[in-house]
Design a protein. Structure first.
Length: 416
């Protein structure tokens, strides 16, 4: 029995001349092949053939072997489905336990408030109901975020309840300043991974963004975790126009600490919007003279946009409202309130039928967005659809961004 010939939900295609780029929306993996080769597979799909039946239609032996290998590659990249009835299901839910934080970072995308500034948040009893609904739905991973989740006075009760009643993996997104000798063992016993923000390579660079003394506190916390054998630590830094020279040092810091480096791109939203002049150079130019060696490295490292918003990801805000992802927390993308639904399964089915397949989210996908949909580099131009949503009404910035990104991406993707 041959491999089923059906493109997956994550399959996307770009075309230029006699070449095509096929990419997986979920993983960001991509492959460039001839248009003739993909048209053979497309004809097989149109005629409802499996791979074995299609190969029998190809007379030339070398062509047959090539197409056979290509089908296997596309299957491995999950661009072809082997099951006609695969239902996409959410695999990660982010819960913002609070809008409050003990820091006031300049680039904070949610503009988290100081602890003294209170807003209505889900109570412990309400959160227990939320955790129960998530467990019934069978979500593989849960991420507690904020604000800073550890500032909640009932944080440990929430964590203990979750570990006892939820079978999936638990991650905490934290600034790590509240981890200490008294609680580190309890933390390790209840979580699978920690995502720690540091935004610097030393006291000077970190304090510029996160405040004085934060760098050393984070390093102490990491050492406490490592001393106890906890290795699932992901250390992140936001890279901008003004600190990109620190990237190499940040990678070296992670190597020294034994942590995984996560590079984040600055987004001018929340408090970051108010301080955008400290991160983005106005009227900047991107170098158009890329060397061949740089192109080779760029092709190897480049990934297409990976968007699981509302499909593989969901975000529950501190007030109970659910959004497609943490970057799309705004009135326009509000889905439902977690406290008002009976089951997540019913809510998600209704959401996909009435909302996600409608215009709100689809309209800001680069292959559907009016200004981008005809572009043959659109799937690689954006790291997140939130960027598109944010620039919808800023024609000047959108145009400048488009011109600069496109001339670089065309070289990386289409130059032979």
């Amino acid at each position: 029995m041959g491999i089923c010939l059906k493109f997956s939900e994550n399959y996307r295609k770009l075309e230029r001349g006699n070449r095509v780029i096929l990419t997986n929306r979920d993983s960001g993996e991509w492959i460039k092949i001839s248009k003739e080769c993909i048209s053979i597979i497309e004809r097989g799909i149109y005629n409802k053939l499996n791979s074995e039946e299609l190969l029998k239609c190809i007379e030339d032996r070398e062509d047959r072997v090539y197409i056979d290998n290509l089908i296997r590659i596309l299957y491995k990249m999950k661009l072809l489905d082997n099951n006609l009835n695969i239902d996409e299901k959410v695999d990660t839910i982010y819960i913002n336990l609070t809008n409050q934080c003990n820091l006031k970072c300049k680039h904070c995308c949610v503009d988290a408030d100081f602890i003294s500034e209170y807003k209505r948040i889900l109570s412990f009893e309400e959160l227990k109901k939320v955790i129960d609904k998530i467990e019934v739905y069978g979500i593989p991973k849960l991420v507690f975020s904020g604000g800073e989740p550890m500032v909640r006075s009932d944080f440990w009760e929430i964590l203990d309840y979750t570990r006892k009643n939820y079978k999936g993996k638990i991650d905490i997104a934290t600034n790590a300043t509240l981890i200490n000798e008294a609680n580190v063992d309890r933390l390790i016993a209840n979580v699978n991974r920690l995502d720690i923000s540091i935004d610097g390579i030393d006291e000077d660079s970190c304090s510029e963004i996160r405040g004085k003394g934060v760098f050393n506190k984070v390093i102490r916390s990491i050492n406490l975790l490592k001393e106890r054998g906890f290795d699932e630590i992901y250390l992140s830094m936001v890279i901008s126009d003004y600190n990109k020279e620190l990237k190499k040092g940040f990678l070296e810091l992670n190597k020294e600490l034994g942590t995984q480096a996560v590079i984040r791109i600055f987004a001018p939203v929340g408090r970051g919007l108010k301080n955008s002049d400290k991160f983005i150079k106005i009227n900047k130019e991107i170098d158009n003279n890329i060397e061949i060696d740089d192109l080779s490295d760029s092709r190897m490292n480049l990934r297409s946009i990976r968007c699981g918003a509302g499909v593989s990801d969901l975000a529950i805000n501190y007030d109970g409202w659910v959004y497609p992802c943490g970057n799309l927390i705004s009135e326009k993308f509000k889905l439902f309130n977690i406290l008002e639904i009976t089951t997540l399964e019913d809510a998600m089915k209704r959401t996909r039928d009435e909302y996600l397949i409608g215009n709100s989210l689809r309209s800001i996908q680069p292959d559907h967005y009016e200004k981008c949909k005809e572009c043959d580099v659109n799937l690689f131009c954006w790291s997140c659809v939130e960027e598109i949503a944010r620039l919808q009404n800023n024609e000047r910035e959108f145009k400048e961004r488009c011109i600069n990104h496109k001339k670089v991406l065309e070289k990386i993707l289409w130059d032979e």
